[in-house]
Design a protein around this ligand. Structure first.
Ligand code: GDP
Ligand code: IMO
Ligand code: MG
Length: 424
């Protein structure tokens, strides 16, 4: 069996959590492969909204195995709080959640470093979620990091102290006051919580699963345009969010990748700083934010909104080898008399469909095609045929322009709000 990879094709928050929840019944295992508590994946069923940060979105299905892979970075405090809120709902994650021993730990001092470096950047700040992601991945690649498997080895506390002292020296260079103590106590409680889980060599578990004919879904975090190599650098996250990240973040050979499922919001949003060619800083953007409830799941920050950007989408499809598209939040576009889609960029008077080296360094003007909008509420529609004609034209335009078929259209946040244009 091959592993299918589900990932975001924009700047994150495409609705990955909801779609993983919809698809989980078709799989035996759900595995997160990168990122950490910077992610906020929302799922909604029985009129309750759940937001997951580190734990895979298959956790509510008790018969499915959930894996936090080696490519993920874990803050034991966030992890513990997530587990506690699941336990309040009578979910028992100890039964079906496994954690890779090779996943790296976010230390309290990583969070402080994140905050101190962002504060020092002033107006050029990245807009980080301040969860310690950048400093933790820096220590991973710098070969200083602490891993989950270390917590059960002798000398863990000494290694923790050694790394924290190193961070304190770096922090002394900043004009930044902090207090590690409060968070540190919680952190060690979180470490004890982590110890109560099955800490595994997840690469073996996943590959053995596939050998036995079981179906695995890899769940991406963030989005392709936040990828450390291909995103709008430096306004990116610190991991490979693209499909290749599933190989390194889980220990899967490239030849084992099956379907690559690209999640696309029907328009674009971005939280944090960085270029956004189709951004709408006007009433239309405000309407999208209001109708789409576009406020960050992790930080509560208002998300910047804008029209769908096809050059960016084609770039993401190319980098990931996307085999099917899933369009989310299409319902949010009801009530716009016309809809624009960016089909190319005009840069220094030249029209291009290609992503430039630096989106922020040049004046990028979107070239738009205008399509007719629709007024109908589509949140209760379950068949493709019943969708408004102009809605179908919008979807068909995306398929034609990208050359990839749309396999699911999400029409609301709920588990049952989905239209399947053709059976897979
Ligand atoms: P993720 O990070 O990709 O999992 O996305 P988030 O959960 O951060 O943000 C997506 C938001 O949109 C959440 O509040 C979801 O509940 C909501 N959502 C997901 N799909 C749809 C949809 O099709 N329509 C609407 N209206 N909301 C959706
Ligand atoms: P999900 O998985 C949207 C953004 C931050 C910031 C940049 C770097 O829910 O889609 P970081 O904390 O990684 O150093 O922040 O990346 N960012 C996200 N934006 N969704 C996310 O995750 C994000 N994770 C990070 O806002 O601009
Ligand atoms: Mg999110």
């Amino acid at each position: 069996m091959k592993i299918d990879v589900l990932l975001g094709l924009q700047w994150g928050d495409e609705g990955k959590g909801k779609i993983v929840d919809v698809l989980t019944p078709q799989y035996d295992m759900i595995a997160r492969f990168q990122g950490g508590p910077n992610a906020g994946h929302s799922l909604e069923f029985n009129h309750i909204k759940h937001i997951l940060h580190t734990i895979p979105s298959g956790i509510f299905h008790e018969e499915k195995v959930n894996i936090i892979g080696n490519g993920v970075v874990i803050d034991p405090v966030v992890f513990m709080r997530e587990i506690e809120s699941l336990e309040k709902l009578e979910v028992e994650p100890q039964k079906n959640l496994f954690v890779s021993k090779k996943a790296h730990l976010i230390l309290p001092s990583h969070r402080i470093l994140d905050a101190a470096t962002e504060a020092a950047k002033g107006s050029t700040k990245i807009g980080s979620t301040l969860k310690g992601i950048g400093p933790t991945y820096m220590d991973k690649t710098g070969r200083n990091g602490l891993r989950v498997g270390d917590i059960i080895l002798p000398g863990f506390r000494e290694r923790y102290n050694f790394l924290t002292e190193k961070h304190k020296v770096i922090l002394s260079q900043f004009d930044y006051s902090y207090n590690l103590g409060e968070y540190e106590d919680e952190w060690f409680k979180g470490i004890e919580k982590l110890k109560s889980f099955r800490l595994v060599d997840s690469e073996h578990l996943i590959n053995n699963f596939m050998e036995r004919g079981k179906r695995v879904l890899a769940e991406g975090a963030q989005g392709t345009l936040l990828d450390i190599d291909f995103g709008s650098y430096p306004y990116v996250t610190s991991s490979n969010t693209i499909c290749a990240g599933a190989c390194t973040g889980l220990g899967i050979a490239p030849s084992r990748i099956g379907e690559v499922i690209g999640i696309v919001k029907a328009y674009c949003t971005r939280v944090g700083s960085g270029p956004f060619p189709t951004e709408l800083s006007d009433k239309t953007g405000d309407k999208m934010r209001k109708q789409g409830l576009e406020f960050g799941s992790t930080t509560g920050r208002p998300r910047r909104c804008g029209w769908l950007d096809l050059p960016a989408l084609r770039y993401s499809i190319m980098l990931n080898g996307v085999t099917q598209l899933i369009i989310t939040k299409a319902d949010v576009l009801s009530g716009f008399s016309e809809l624009k889609i960016c089909t190319a960029y005009k840069i220094n008077g030249e029209i291009t469909e290609q992503m430039p080296y630096d989106l922020s360094g040049e004046k990028v003007e979107p070239v738009y095609t205008t399509l007719e909008g629709w007024d109908e509420d589509i949140t209760k529609i379950h068949s493709y045929e019943a969708l408004p004609p102009s809605f179908k034209k919008y979807i068909e335009f995306i398929e034609k322009e990208t050359g990839v078929k749309v396999s699911i259209i999400s029409t609301g946040p709920g588990r049952d709000q989905a239209v399947f244009p053709f059976p897979l």
